[in-house]
Write a protein that binds this ligand. Sequence first.
Ligand SMILES: Cc1cc2nc3c(=O)[nH]c(=O)nc-3n(C[C@H](O)[C@H](O)[C@H](O)COP(=O)(O)OP(=O)(O)OC[C@H]3O[C@@H](n4cnc5c(N)ncnc54)[C@H](O)[C@@H]3O)c2cc1C
Ligand SMILES: *[C@@H]1O[C@H](CO)[C@@H](O)[C@H](O)[C@H]1NC(C)=O
Ligand SMILES: *[C@@H]1O[C@H](CO)[C@@H](O)[C@H](O)[C@H]1NC(C)=O
Ligand SMILES: *[C@@H]1O[C@H](CO)[C@@H](O)[C@H](O)[C@H]1NC(C)=O
Ligand SMILES: *[C@@H]1O[C@H](CO)[C@@H](O)[C@H](O)[C@H]1NC(C)=O
Ligand SMILES: *[C@@H]1O[C@H](CO)[C@@H](O)[C@H](O)[C@H]1NC(C)=O
Ligand SMILES: *[C@@H]1O[C@H](CO)[C@@H](O)[C@H](O)[C@H]1NC(C)=O
Ligand SMILES: *[C@@H]1O[C@H](CO)[C@@H](O)[C@H](O)[C@H]1NC(C)=O
Length: 514
Amino acid sequence: MLRTAAETSALIAFLLSTTTATVSNGTSAVTGFPPCDAFLSTNLTSRLVLATSPAYEPRVQSYWSGNARLRPWCFFQPLTTQELSTAITALTAAGSGAGDWHIAVRGGGNSGPGISNIANGITIDLGMMNRSWYDPGSGLASVEPGAVWKDVYFSLLHNGNVTVTGGRDGGVGVGGFLLGGGNSYHTTRNGFGCDTVINYEVVLANGSIVDANANKNADLWRALKGGGMNFGIVTRFDMEAMPAVDLAYGQSVIAANYSDQVVDAVVDFTNRPEELGRNDHLIVLYTHDPKSSEDVMIEVIRANTQGNLNTAGFEKVTDIPALSSTWELKSLADAANESQVAGGGKNVRATLTFLNKPPILRATVSLHADLVRSLSSSIGTSNFITQNFFQPLPSYLSAIGQRQGGNVLGLDRIPGNAILWTAGVSVTNGDDAAVALVHAEVSNMMVKLREVAENEAGGVDWVYLNYADVSQDSLGSYGEENVGFMREVAGKYDPEGWWQRMVPGGFKLERVTG
Ligand SMILES: Cc1cc2nc3c(=O)[nH]c(=O)nc-3n(C[C@H](O)[C@H](O)[C@H](O)COP(=O)(O)OP(=O)(O)OC[C@H]3O[C@@H](n4cnc5c(N)ncnc54)[C@H](O)[C@@H]3O)c2cc1C
Ligand SMILES: *[C@@H]1O[C@H](CO)[C@@H](O)[C@H](O)[C@H]1NC(C)=O
Ligand SMILES: *[C@@H]1O[C@H](CO)[C@@H](O)[C@H](O)[C@H]1NC(C)=O
Ligand SMILES: *[C@@H]1O[C@H](CO)[C@@H](O)[C@H](O)[C@H]1NC(C)=O
Ligand SMILES: *[C@@H]1O[C@H](CO)[C@@H](O)[C@H](O)[C@H]1NC(C)=O
Ligand SMILES: *[C@@H]1O[C@H](CO)[C@@H](O)[C@H](O)[C@H]1NC(C)=O
Ligand SMILES: *[C@@H]1O[C@H](CO)[C@@H](O)[C@H](O)[C@H]1NC(C)=O
Ligand SMILES: *[C@@H]1O[C@H](CO)[C@@H](O)[C@H](O)[C@H]1NC(C)=O
């Protein structure tokens, strides 16, 4: 009879408890899973969550994407950097000659299937390392990787009255967001979230704990600014803090037939120079949501990070008649808490970047409408939610990154003001076949869009890691120079290529072929 890992694990625990067998030297019994048994030689078995534990299933379900809720043999939940270091040393020695197993590393758990979750192996779950605090002496806010942004914002607001350049959706995790760049309300002012990290505390593959900043391990510091899970596990981000000024913040809903005006407003907004644009932030998304009576609606989020309710930045958008609209002062903590996209659906996504040209934006709108029509007939109009996102990517963001010490995002490869486009589909009711179909449709949409962009002389080979589908070559798109640099850094801090080999999820340097 075939059993799932969870059933097997439960069976073994049951057998062991009824025979009172203790196979190890006292701390705990073997599980039969090499990476979980690696902990028998440490005093950290109490930090393991096996499938037999009541804490196990809630942890699986806490991943944002329904299809990312893979069931590992065990979770390891360190409370401190030292515990993680001990664990890494134990794991590097584990499983000689054993069958296939690997490791996933989880921050906030917002990425997709197989990225920070795994079935054949162990998940290092940083969720219990979730504190944040402010040091007025240095002006830095220290943020642990397993926190989600709303908790960071509330904590820093109430302990120091400061804030940081983090996520907009309060449910997004710190670790993945900052390692993949981090597009924030404050990005036009401060750069990507990673550009504001002054120091990283990192556990390397040999278990040693190092700091990476402008003076110490400066190459590692720069590589971590956008290079993802390729160099080590970050256990603390020391970030530039700023006063917690309330945002001027609003959301509006606009009918889809105003699309042409919306596109023009986005293009206009994106072309604003740094001196005009640095405090304003705009996100526009077209969405099909069965909760709405319309097939597609347009949602607009506006923020002025300096609390300027009279900013002129959004005039073109607010001139368009809206079905509903808000505009008020709001703390970043409240804004993040209130704008959490519900998880649980099986998610598919894709991203492209293209120059800020109206015909390309309009093409996404009609491709999105095609997608909604097609999925409505294939999987049923009430079984999915879509998003077709526009995020302004003005060219001056590259210079901000440079001023902050440089990153590996390769933004200088984008020859002008651009739009960071993403499509997302959440299958709320459907099986694996439905998800496979959506994956193919979204990928084909991207192929068509790339063609349009090229025909309009607006194609850009730049794929933002935090939004990329696993089929996309994000790191490669950051350019040969950055890939070469990241390879050098990975080789220096992980000479055995342990992270490349043992942590396969997400975007790995080893898989970049160019
Ligand atoms: C609803 C929603 C809203 C979003 N909004 C934004 C946004 O406003 N701006 C933006 O830029 N992105 C946004 N994203 C994308 C988001 O940044 C990525 O999904 C990011 O990976 C989430 O980080 P996480 O820690 O929650 O993810 P995880 O799934 O936990 O981790 C993602 C990757 O990072 C690695 N990782 C995590 N922590 C560490 C660590 N400490 N050390 C080493 N590796 C680590 C993991 O191994 C994995 O490869 C959003 C995503 C969702 C689902
Ligand atoms: C348990 O055994 C491991 C090796 O199997 C050893 O390293 C460790 O020191 C032992 N612990 C105790 C408490 O005896
Ligand atoms: C494990 O042992 C170390 C070193 O003796 C100690 O500092 C730590 O508190 C112990 N951890 C646990 C979880 O018991
Ligand atoms: C934060 O971590 C602590 C343990 O350090 C844990 O008890 C708590 O549940 C965590 N909070 C969240 C929101 O996960
Ligand atoms: C917090 O900081 C903001 C911005 O500097 C300021 O306006 C506000 O008065 C401060 N709040 C408190 C309680 O100090
Ligand atoms: C959009 O539709 C609404 C009513 O359905 C109508 O009042 C409005 O004039 C239309 N706008 C455009 C730009 O077509
Ligand atoms: C976050 O938002 C929810 C829902 O609006 C609300 O119930 C909760 O009190 C908010 N949390 C905080 C800390 O304000
Ligand atoms: C761990 O790796 C780093 C980077 O390669 C190296 O500098 C350090 O000496 C190593 N530490 C040990 C104890 O081997």
